[in-house]
Design a protein. Structure first.
Length: 655
């Protein structure tokens, strides 16, 4: 790892305009450096001051950071607060009439809700949850479409101290079942269906299928929002319509005041093993991080119209839809549909119509829109934009340039943000009024984030070599544990050889200016269309098919999706020797994976072999499979391979 070199030779630099620098919340490099120096001189005091200034505390904290049981760090532990109160109640006296959410449905219908009405709906739904016996500490799984209601559901859980776990609406019943069981959820909030690209996609029936499998006995309530008026099977014993639940409920709901360390949510992320990891976040530290990054990275102003295009099923939708913008009192756009329906101009039309000022989306979406209509943005009035953002995976320089020139008209800084489900908020990202931008680089760590690059032994790497990206000090918003599995948490994020550093799982290098460039995962987690998928989950699904003896999955670069999934499969029967037969079996397996995990995990390509390249100890050599998938010559040492002849077979496999 200490000898990883970057093949990217990107030298373009873009300085923020004088006008942007003057109005920025953090102005100029001197402003950024002053914050970094304050954190360096008194690390705990830096965070304590920000927590006192930023959050509303019912009971102030006296302890800032407890490292006595590392790596199970605690921040502001004796402080008492409520996240929903910080997102809603704090605005009622000053801006109750301000629009909180502009919701645009798949069909283009627009609904607006102000802070007063959003507060009322959250309180009524929270009272509804309490009427079903849901209380502080209970886990509630949310499986819903993008909507005002999904934000209400999450905020209502936070209000009563229930711990929500949102599951992306594209996951299969099997994936949903795994998460319900692991969280030991007592309730599921869903909808009859969701609308995507003009199509009705069922949700309630997926929930029913998940609950029909063993292990879900604790679920006593299934609350259903009527979105699409689609036919829905009904179990009167535990099913209740959303509108019936809130009917007659009081618009007053006293928040459940909880410790700063109270779990706000569990969000499952694919690991490198088959079992999803339940990333557990705190209340106070997490909210502080989302609010600070709204101010620093998004340079938030009260006049902004903020739009993060992420689904709430991912951490980006938690931090920059449900919590960060509302805690800041922002007006934000929430979108149900997809960027290409009814045509590829949808995003640009929405920016024009809603006068969006800050637009935050994924490189996957950007690449799709370039391919489908690179000149389309010029047909819309995008003059309201002042800041662009990128999230999900590193953005390639040419997509960055198109985004900057065509969408931002060469006047909007781009904040390319590196962070993770586990960190809760941006970690390395430009402060747009402070630092020059380089296409493809996430630039410098935020104030108070002590990032570095190390080798396998945990020693710092210098001279622009690549290595493992680590965070050297705990920070308030970071993951607290893996739900129900503290040992896995320690193994995954704080391995002994890392000297107590948080291991991010990404490789990176720094350039001559100290800017960070992310080079990809150091494990086998794939980024497909902005979604993080564990290869082992896909391999497990393939291997569960009666036809399959063994499978290995790798990624290869894809112009639009970021990475395409390539599966190498060993069948129990004979290997297909003609293209038609290979195609037939491949389609069976792709459908199988789609049903087992979800459509996003379907392999783009399946190659069949008599075996997989393995060491004599039985370890699959995935790096060799990546080379084959990419059509590269194999230059690595293959002396440890048990069966080197298999490489030629897989290279030339019919498909």
């Amino acid at each position: 790892m200490s000898n990883i070199e970057s093949v990217l030779n990107e030298k373009r630099v873009f300085n923020p305009s004088e006008k942007f620098v003057k109005q920025a919340n953090v102005s100029g490099m001197a402003g950024y450096q002053a914050l970094c120096k304050a954190a360096e001189q008194d690390y705990a005091g830096f965070w304590a001051n920000l927590a006192r200034e930023t959050l509303h505390w019912k009971k102030p904290f006296t302890k800032t950071l407890d490292e006595s049981n590392a790596p199970f760090f605690k921040w502001f532990e004796d402080g008492v607060l409520n996240v929903s109160y910080n997102c809603l109640d704090v605005h009622l006296a000053t801006q109750a009439e301000k629009t909180a959410i502009i919701f645009e449905a798949d069909d283009g219908k627009v609904t607006k809700i102000n802070y007063r009405d959003l507060h009322t709906r959250v309180c009524q739904f929270a009272n509804g949850l309490k009427s079903r016996g849901i209380k502080n500490g209970d886990r509630v799984v949310i499986y819903m479409p993008m909507s005002i209601e999904v934000v209400v559901a999450m905020q209502a859980c936070a209000r009563i101290g229930a711990i929500h776990s949102v599951v992306f609406g594209g996951f299969s019943s099997k994936s949903l079942h795994e998460r319900i069981v692991d969280a030991q959820a007592s309730a599921v909030i869903t909808a009859d269906a969701q609308m995507r690209g003009g199509k009705v996609m069922p949700l309630k029936s997926v929930v029913d299928e998940a609950l029909s499998t063993g292990g879900c006995e604790k679920v006593h309530s299934v609350i259903v929002y009527r979105r699409a008026a689609s036919e829905t099977a009904w179990n009167a014993q535990n099913n209740i319509w959303w509108h019936d639940l809130v009917a007659g409920q009081s618009s007053v709901c006293e928040p459940e005041w909880v410790s700063s360390e109270h779990p706000l949510f569990i969000l499952y992320t694919s690991g490198s093993t088959g079992k999803p990891k339940g990333v557990q976040h705190s209340s106070g530290g997490y909210l502080l991080g989302t609010m600070l990054t709204m101010q620093w990275v998004f340079d938030y102003k009260p006049t902004d119209v903020f739009w993060c295009t992420a689904d709430v099923g991912w951490v980006t939708g938690h931090s920059y839809v449900t919590y960060g913008p509302l805690a800041m009192g922002a007006t934000q756009v929430v979108f149900e549909g997809i960027p290409t329906y009814p045509d590829a101009g949808r995003f640009w039309k929405m920016i024009q119509n809603h006068k969006v000022t800050t637009f935050y989306t994924a490189p996957t979406a950007i690449r799709s829109l370039i391919k489908l209509g690179g000149d389309l943005p010029k047909q819309y009035d995008l003059s309201s934009l002042r800041l662009l953002g990128s999230v999900g995976e590193p953005i390639n320089p040419e997509a960055w340039m198109w985004y900057y020139n065509t969408v931002g008209q060469a006047r909007c800084p781009i904040v390319d943000t590196w962070w993770q489900t586990e960190t809760g908020h941006h970690m390395i990202a430009p402060l747009p009024g402070a630092m020059p931008l380089k296409p493809g680089s996430c630039t410098l760590p935020l104030p108070g984030i002590i990032a570095s690059i190390v080798n396998e032994a945990g020693n710092e790497v210098h001279d622009q070599h690549g290595g493992f990206l680590v965070i050297k000090r705990p920070f308030p918003a970071q993951i607290r544990t893996i739900w129900g599995d503290p040992e896995r948490y320690k193994r995954a994020y704080f391995p002994e050889e890392m000297h107590g550093y948080y291991l991010a799982g990404d490789s990176s290098h720094r350039d001559e200016d100290g800017y960070f460039w992310i080079m990809g995962r150091i494990d086998d987690v794939l980024k497909v269309s902005g979604h993080r998928l564990g290869t082992m989950e896909i391999e497990s699904a393939l291997s569960a098919n009666p036809l399959v003896a063994e499978a290995a999955v790798v990624g290869k670069p894809h112009d639009i999706k970021g990475e395409a999934i390539v599966a190498f499969v060993v069948l129990k029967g004979t290997r297909p020797d003609d293209a038609a037969k290979a195609k037939e079996i491949a389609e069976i397996l792709r459908t199988w994976v789609s049903k087992s995990i979800g459509p996003i995990a379907k392999p783009d390509e399946i190659r069949f072999g008599d075996n997989l390249p393995k060491t004599r100890s039985g370890k699959i050599m995935r790096r060799l499979l990546r080379a084959i998938a990419n059509g590269e010559d194999i230059t690595q040492d293959i002396s440890t391979l048990e069966n080197p002849a298999i490489l030629e077979q897989l290279k030339n496999a019919v498909r």
